[in-house]
Design a protein around this ligand. Structure first.
Ligand SMILES: [Zn+2]
Length: 124
């Protein structure tokens, strides 16, 4: 007896799910399953918090954090609206490496962003 198409599909889903877990991103998972039930299960296990792996600046010289999931997120210091004094110093940025931010792009299943070489060692 050969495997059925359903069994094959489940095997495939399992493989993609473990890959999705590895990179900590829901984007892959989204590609194969859109049922609310599995999605909420996955979210409970893997909330969309992603570690900062590096930084670069955008065209306007705002700092952008690069996250482990492959997405980028602005980390502006723009008081009084956004207070992130840590982002203004090289020490602060270094200390925040590994800190986890909520990634809305993961939530939305957005494709990975372009991440230029990290400037985490750059001084201001
Ligand atoms: Zn993400």
């Amino acid at each position: 007896m050969g495997t059925t198409a359903v069994e094959e599909t489940e095997k495939d889903e399992g493989r993609i799910l473990s890959a999705a877990m590895e990179i900590g991103c829901v984007a892959l998972w989204d590609n194969i399953d859109r049922t609310v039930d599995r999605r909420s299960q996955y979210r409970r296990l893997y909330p969309m918090r992603q570690a900062i792996t590096g930084y670069h600046r955008d065209e306007e010289h705002h700092w952008v954090a690069q996250l482990a999931c492959g997405h980028n997120q602005h980390v502006r210091h723009d008081p009084p609206w956004q207070n992130r004094p840590w982002v203004t110093t090289v020490e602060g940025r270094r200390e925040m490496l590994g800190f986890e931010l909520d990634c809305k792009k993961c939530d939305q299943g957005a494709p990975a962003d372009h991440q230029p070489p990290s400037l985490s060692r750059e001084s201001d």
